[in-house]
Design a protein around this ligand. Sequence first.
Ligand code: FE2
Length: 369
Amino acid sequence: MQRDIHPQLFSGSYARQAHVGLPEGTFEEEYGRDGFFGPATQIYHKHAPTGWTRIEGPLRPRCVYLDNLADTQTGQRVPFLGNQSAQIWAWRLTQSMGHLLRNADGDEMLFVHQGSGRIMTELGMHSYGEGDYLLIPRGIGYQLQVDSPTMLLVVEATGSRFKLPDRGIVGLHAVFDPAVLQVPVQQGCHATPNAAGEYEIHVKRRNAITRVFYAHDPTDIAGWKGDTTVFKMNWRDIRPITSHSYHIPPSAHTLFLSERFVVCTFAPRPYESDPKCLRVPYFHRNIDYEEVLFYHQGNFMSRAHTRLGMATLHPTGIHHGPHPAALRNQHKLVMADEVAVMIDFRDAVDMAPIPPACENLDYVNSWKE
Ligand SMILES: [Fe+2]
């Protein structure tokens, strides 16, 4: 991993080190390519770039209460948004599944926002609880058995399977050691039959369901070996990369990725202590990505009007950044006490129809004082 020393180009007032020691009275924006990996230019604005008076047209920041959206069809996966490489659903389960689901369209990542139970799969079982990530390879059937009401964020990767990011100069064991990924066990793995006593697998292919029935439990296997399985980890396994004197970009918090999207997690971490350093995220128009952020737990100091269970979409082309009060109070902050899951898409996404009661329709104005 090598690169040339590129001269930096500049004009007017600017900070020699990005995100540190901004010129008095300026608002720093990062215009960046390739989602914080590529060429970037910091722009020192005299006015916050989120200070629009109004927006007309199809692009706007959106804020959807995914827990309320899930409640519109309890037991069903309710579509939120997606594109050809990934789909996101909200899923509330108050009862165990009566069948297995085998997704032949893509890999799935289930993030447990609330609840507990067990997942029975064709490779064994895991228990699950708040804050767990379950990675289910495409085509592996599973049944969720619910112990307490469960709300899941579901990400389906239809383009390519989930992989781990290149850790570069921080090495293979940074952010989380691959050894924290748990594998399923055979002990206690029993699917539940349907009311007729049959074991029923719903195979999802091209979003249509084909039902396959067995007289035996398809999760009842003697064992397995290999290098792919149903993995589980928890956000508490994450050891975030931090710096006392530099605001680390979201790309350093990448957990999993597929070819056309990334999954990052913002886990609790100390804020930068250098008084010259920006502590809240800089303004940006992350022009190559659509940004989705799900608020799982904690206090979100960089945003106003947040509540747990909501998700925002910041579309390509429209700026976002800290809310005014957060920007003003940033040097009082000590600990980023937050857990949020970010899914950034390289290609344009379409949002499903959202009932007005499930959306904060005034979110576009949330950067106004
Ligand atoms: Fe962002």
